[in-house]
Design a protein. Structure first.
Length: 123
């Protein structure tokens, strides 16, 4: 198989709907399984998550304890990313890495696409 065939095979292998691979049982997601979380985010972003699964997720999430949410906004170049990085670093240091932190960042600067959805989780 030549280079072109290898690339085609790699693209074919990687081209799949990760949201469709979610387990029917959401226990692992709510225990912190980051692979399932990434698949849910992908499904939400691509609008491929079924309405039934979305309702299950909302109902299950509503049963959990409240989680603090912090929003950071500002103009381009104002230091939002640097501030976010420093806040996470300090929270983790202060809690001896026992704190779980998730960051979901939206860049709505693109009119046509609505911007990028970026996410990361810290275990």
């Amino acid at each position: 198989m030549g280079l072109q065939g290898m690339i085609t095979d790699m693209i074919r292998t990687a081209d799949r709907n990760l949201a469709a691979e979610l387990p029917a049982n959401l226990d692992e997601l709510f225990k912190g399984n980051t692979r399932d979380l990434a698949r849910v985010i992908t499904g939400l972003e691509n609008t491929t998550l079924s309405d039934a699964l979305q309702r299950k997720l909302v109902a299950r999430a509503a049963q959990k304890d409240g989680v603090p949410v912090l929003g950071i906004t500002g103009t381009g170049g104002s230091g939002k990313s640097s501030l976010t990085d420093e806040l996470i670093r300090r929270f983790r240091i202060d809690q001896a890495d026992a704190l779980r932190i998730a960051v979901i960042a939206v860049d709505p600067s693109r009119r046509k696409t609505g911007g990028a959805l970026l996410a990361t989780a810290s275990a």
